[in-house]
Design a protein. Structure first.
Ligand code: SF4
Length: 627
C-alpha cells in the first residue's frame, strides 16, 4: 500500500502511538517499534510519534515500585482501575493489599496515595505532549495494560475530542472488540490481531485520504462502531505473510524519552527482538482443531506460525545493537523456530560480541542447540517446564515428559544458563497421582534451579477455556476480580482475558499444598548451597577416563563423594541423555542384564539418576562440558 498523494500536497497530519503502563520499563515497546517502522516505510510523508508513556510513569513512581506492580496483573489493573472507577476504589484497595501481601516493597503501600501519584504523573505526561497536530492515536494494550489503556483513552478523548482513537493489542481481540466499542464510547475503532496491515489501512484512508473513520472501506482486523465491521473482522486475520518484509523496528522515541530523564534515572535498556510470531507447537490438527498447550492463550492475535529468516534475524540484532550501543537482547517470541534456530545462533556467535540474550524455549531443545545458545550469549532462558509429572504434562498437552524436563534443567545447570521456569499448580484436571508424581520428581530435581509456582488461571480462548466442559469447569466467565475493577454493566458484557470457573478450587489448593511446601524447601536449599559458590553445580562429576568421581553438596553442609569405575562409568555417561532400558541393554550387550539393572536401581536409589517408565537419566553435571 502506497500513499496516493503527490509530494507537493501538504503533508498529512501526524499520528501517535501510545503504550501505557505496565510493560517492563527497561525495554522499548516492540509493538510500537514495529508499527512506527512500517508506517514510516510505507507512508514517508506521515509523521509518527511513538509514546512510551510507561517509561515516564515508571521514573515518576520509582523503578522498583513500578517493577513490583508490573509483575502482577491485579496490582497493575487496580491502579488505573481506581482512576477509571473511583467509586469502586475501596474494593480495589483491598484487592491490591491482598495481592501485594508477599511483596516486601509493596505490602505497606498506601493504595490511595499510589493512585494519586500515578494520576499526577499521567496528567503531567499528557500535558507535556502537544496533541493538537495529531489526527489519530493508536493505543496498544497487552497484558496488564487494559485499565491503563482505557484511562489514557478516556483522558485523551476528554482533552482532545476530535482525535481518532484506535485501540489494539492482545487485550482487544475478535471476541471482545464489539463489546469494547459498545462499552467504551471513547474508542473509535479496535484493531484485532496483528497491527501492521490494519494500521496501514487506517493511515491510507483516514490520514492520507482524509476520509472520516466511518467512511473508510471495511477491512479484516478493523472493527468500528455500527456497520458490518465485527463480521468482517471475524472473518480472519489481516496479517503479513513474510516477516522479512518488516522494516527494522524504530525505537528512537523510547531512547529520546530515556535521555530526557534526569541522569540518575537513566539506564542501559534491553533491546526487544522478534524472531517469529505464533507458536509452531500450536499447529492445527488434520481435523482443523488448533493444538498447543491446554492453558495457553498467548497467540490469539495471529494465525499460524511465521518466522524471519536466520540471516535477517542476525543482521537485525547486529544493526540494532550497534545503533543503540547495547548488548542485552530479549527475544520476544513465545517459542523459537524449530528449523532455523541453530543457524541464527551460529550467526550470532559469528558476530563476536558479548551479547546477553534472553529467550523462551521448549523443554525439547536439544543439548547441541543449548551449547550454541551459550556460545551466542544466551544467559537466561525461560523453559516451558510447567510440570514435573508426565501424567499432568499429558493433560496440559505440553508434548514433553518429566524426564525431559529434568534433562534440560540439568543441561542448563551444566552450561551456566539460568533457567527460569514455572510450575503450574491447581490445573483443574489434576489429581492425587499427578501430585504424587510431582513430589517424587522433585526429590531428584534438587540440584537444579527450581521453577516458580504459578497458580493455573483460565485464559480466554485457550484450549482449556474452549474445552471447559471436558475439564468439568462450570460457570465459566470473567474472573470475579474484574467485578471489583469494573461496574456490573461492563463486567457482565466485556469478555476479559482472565476468566474463572467453578470446579473444586479449594480441593486443588489442598491437593497442591505439599508441592508448594516442597518447592519452598527446594528453593531455599538451592540458594543456600550456591551461597559463596554461585557457579559450582550442586551435583557434579569429574571424569578420570576409566573412572569418575561424583561430588554432591548436601543441605546442612555435608559433601558426599562417589567413585564409579569401568562399565558403570560408561553406563552413567551413556545416560547423560535419558535412555530407555532397552537402549542401555542393547548398548552394553556384553554385560549381564541383571548387573546393568541393579546398577541403575542403585544409582536411582541414591538419587544420582532419575528413572521414569523404564527410562534413565544421570543427574550429575559434568564439571567440563564436552564440545
Ligand atoms: S505455552 Fe508456549 S509452547 Fe505452549 S502453546 Fe503456548 S506458546 Fe506454544
Amino acid at each position: 500500500m502506497k500513499s496516493r498523494l503527490k509530494s507537493s500536497a501538504p503533508p498529512p497530519p501526524p499520528i501517535a502511538l501510545l503504550s501505557p503502563p505496565w510493560p517492563l520499563y527497561t525495554r522499548p515497546s516492540i509493538q510500537l517499534g514495529a508499527l512506527k517502522a512500517i508506517i514510516r516505510s510505507r507512508f514517508p510523508r506521515v509523521a509518527v510519534q511513538a509514546h512510551h508513556a510507561y517509561l515516564t510513569i515508571a521514573a515518576a513512581i520509582g523503578y522498583a515500585r513500578y517493577h513490583g506492580i508490573s509483575e502482577r496483573t491485579w496490582l497493575a489493573e487496580t491502579v488505573y482501575g481506581a482512576l477509571l472507577h473511583p467509586e469502586q476504589q475501596p474494593g480495589m484497595a483491598r484487592l491490591f493489599r491482598r495481592e501485594a501481601a508477599g511483596n516486601r516493597l509493596l505490602h505497606r503501600t498506601d493504595f490511595a496515595q499510589l493512585v494519586s501519584q500515578v494520576q499526577a504523573a499521567t496528567e503531567a505526561w499528557l500535558a507535556a505532549v502537544d496533541w493538537r497536530p495529531f489526527r489519530m492515536v493508536g493505543v496498544s494494550s497487552v497484558l496488564c495494560q487494559l485499565t491503563a489503556g482505557l484511562y489514557f483513552i478516556r483522558r485523551l478523548r476528554e482533552l482532545h475530542p476530535d482525535l481518532t482513537i484506535v485501540a489494539g493489542g492482545a487485550a482487544f481481540n475478535h471476541q471482545s472488540a464489539a463489546a469494547a466499542l459498545e462499552l467504551f464510547p471513547e474508542i473509535d475503532a479496535v484493531v484485532c490481531g496483528e497491527g501492521e496491515l490494519p494500521l496501514c489501512h487506517l493511515v491510507q484512508h483516514h490520514i492520507v485520504e482524509g476520509r472520516p473513520i466511518t467512511a473508510i472501506p471495511p477491512a479484516r482486523g478493523i472493527v468500528r462502531r455500527g456497520g458490518d465491521d465485527a463480521r468482517e473482522a471475524a472473518r480472519g486475520f489481516y496479517q503479513l505473510e513474510n516477516l522479512d518484509h518488516l522494516p527494522l523496528p524504530d525505537f528512537d522515541d523510547y531512547f529520546a524519552a530515556l535521555s530526557g530523564l534526569d541522569p540518575s534515572r537513566r539506564f542501559f535498556p534491553t533491546l526487544p527482538v522478534e524472531v517469529s510470531r505464533g507458536c509452531w507447537w500450536q499447529r492445527e490438527s488434520t481435523t482443523g482443531e488448533s493444538g498447543g498447550c491446554e492453558f495457553c492463550n498467548l497467540n490469539l492475535q495471529w494465525k499460524g506460525y511465521r518466522s524471519k529468516s536466520a540471516g535477517r534475524v542476525v543482521s537485525e540484532i547486529d544493526q540494532m545493537t550497534r545503533r543503540h550501543r547495547l548488548l542485552a537482547v530479549a527475544v520476544m517470541d513465545n517459542v523459537l523456530p524449530k528449523e532455523s534456530t541453530a543457524e541464527i545462533l551460529r550467526g550470532l556467535a559469528g558476530l563476536n560480541r558479548d551479547l546477553s540474550i534472553f529467550a523462551e524455549i521448549r523443554a525439547t531443545t536439544p543439548l547441541a542447540e543449548l551449547k550454541l545458545m551459550r556460545t551466542a550469549g544466551m544467559r537466561r532462558v525461560q523453559i516451558g517446564i510447567e510440570a514435573l509429572s508426565t501424567r499432568l504434562l499429558r493433560k496440559l498437552r505440553k508434548g514433553t515428559t518429566a524426564i525431559q524436563n529434568l534433562e534440560i534443567m540439568k543441561h542448563c545447570e551444566a552450561l551456566g544458563i539460568a533457567s527460569l521456569s514455572n510450575l503450574i499448580l491447581h490445573f483443574p484436571a489434576s489429581d492425587e497421582d499427578d501430585v504424587a508424581e510431582t513430589l517424587h520428581a522433585m526429590q531428584f530435581a534438587g540440584p537444579f534451579r527450581p521453577p516458580k509456582p504459578v497458580n493455573f488461571w483460565l485464559g480466554l480462548g485457550s484450549p482449556a477455556w474452549r474445552h471447559a466442559e471436558a475439564h468439568g469447569l462450570d460457570h465459566v466467565g470473567n474472573h470475579p476480580h474484574w467485578a471489583r475493577i469494573f461496574p456490573p454493566r461492563i463486567f457482565r458484557r466485556m469478555p476479559f482475558m482472565i476468566q474463572a470457573y467453578q470446579a473444586g478450587a479449594g480441593r486443588q489448593r489442598r491437593l497442591w499444598q505439599p508441592v508448594r511446601d516442597q518447592l519452598r524447601t527446594w528453593t531455599k536449599a538451592y540458594g543456600d548451597l550456591h551461597r559463596g559458590r554461585p557457579d559450582e553445580p550442586i551435583l557434579a562429576f569429574r571424569d578420570g577416563g576409566d573412572f569418575m568421581i561424583i561430588r554432591e553438596h548436601r543441605p546442612g553442609g555435608d559433601t558426599l563423594t562417589h567413585r564409579i569405575e569401568g562399565s558403570s562409568r560408561r553406563i552413567y555417561l551413556f545416560c547423560s541423555h535419558h535412555r530407555s532400558l532397552q537402549r542401555v541393554l542393547a548398548n552394553f550387550s556384553n554385560l549381564p542384564e541383571d548387573k546393568i539393572t541393579s546398577f541403575l536401581r542403585m544409582m536411582t536409589a541414591q538419587k544420582l539418576m532419575f528413572s521414569e517408565n523404564d527410562h534413565f537419566l544421570s543427574l550429575a553435571v559434568p564439571v567440563r562440558m564436552p564440545d
